[in-house]
Design a protein around this ligand. Sequence first.
Ligand SMILES: [Zn+2]
Length: 486
Amino acid sequence: MPNGRGLTPQSEDFSAWYNEIVQQAELASQSPVRGCMVIRPYGYRIWELMQGALDGMFKATGHQNAYFPLFLPKSALDREAQHFEGFAPETAIVTHAGGVQLEEPLVVRPTSEAIIWPILSDWIQSYRDLPVLLNQWANVVRWEKRTRPFLRTTEFLWQEGHTAHASEEEAEEETRRMLGVYRTFMEDWMAMPVITGLKTDSERFAGALRTYACEALMKDNKGLQAGTSHNLGQNFARAFDVRYQTEDGEHVLVWSTSWGVSTRLIGALIMTHGDDAGLILPPKLAPYEVVVVPIWRDDEQREQVFEAGERVRVELEKAGVRVHVDAREGMNPGAKYYDWERRGVPLRLEVGPRDVQAESVMAVRRVTPEGADRKLPLPMEGVAGVLRDMLDEIQDESLAAALARRESATVRGLEDYSEFQRLMETEGGFAFTGWCGEGECEQQVKDDTSSTIRVIPDEEYRSPNAPVRCLCGEPSRYEVVRARAY
Ligand SMILES: [Zn+2]
């Protein structure tokens, strides 16, 4: 049941809480087409901030943006059979346009490899043309049966990187580099700790040699794949015959990668930090880092507090802080506090007549760390610098809190299958266990527990004493991270 503020508590029904917060924080709403969502301005601003940060990191690693068409001829998908099989059930196909049946149906891109590679075969002639380092910001369509706002929608926004290289080593290096870029973004901007690692064969991207992923743990102890980076080997080059002439005059196939993150990250952000009062946004991705709420009773006070609020706004903007003055009339301050809490604004500033007289403002944090004061009076003089520092602290505390939560929901060294089954049915969370490496065993555990192998984690995450047995009792070949996941 929703509490007095119209939100179902997380502990009661996390999924209801999620849907309500998406609505109430005005992040997204339904559209007439099932599975497609409208991203509202407040939600879209979060996406723009994500884009801005990621785009800068892509450019800093040598990539350029380009744009390729929304449609591809169906025959192009048929060229990479494995790839097409992976996407066939989810594709939307245009058979009629301009009032006539098309000679060749057009596929609405579910991803753009089959659009980009035929073009790259023209662009790439010699070793001098390599590497090609492209990124595209675009929408894609995958006809999903079950959808949820941001997490799984039929049409979604994303970026897809596509690169071509002269050697396997370079392609592998690029695949790992971009996985690292994603990890940095997720940890430093989203304040969301992730485990990076390799996907098993059954979870690999259709047509890839190797798929790496960033895996995060949401507040309901379910895992979420937040980003992937694929080493495509020579599969797409072979399918589309993309060769380059080496210095020795040989014509050889290029090596390629692709990597992507999507608006799913907004869902991840909501479920990493939010609480029963609503959204909690790390400052770096908050549309407003600070909201100023003026408090007044009569016109004279109104003038004073607005003048003070305006001074603070100007100071903060000069300091590069995103700030909004809530000047709504006919709404009491308490209602405004609730509203901005629900929308996850990291800091609010209350400016009342007494504050004006004392030449101060009252800062109130969305989340108060243990032992700290929730309300903090600050002198007007130099307020922007103090708030800038507070926001940086809040950013760091958000990551530390999310990391502590993940660690408390992580179990290592489990070998007993019934204990593992009990864990997945009750608390959930990340379980580091052994794996024999057999696909059949992986499938059996999935059927029994609805949990999957999220990744074979990178070295730094592995346990000092990894299990020697798989859950099936056979000797373990890999330590893996298992969880029920979105
Ligand atoms: Zn096994």
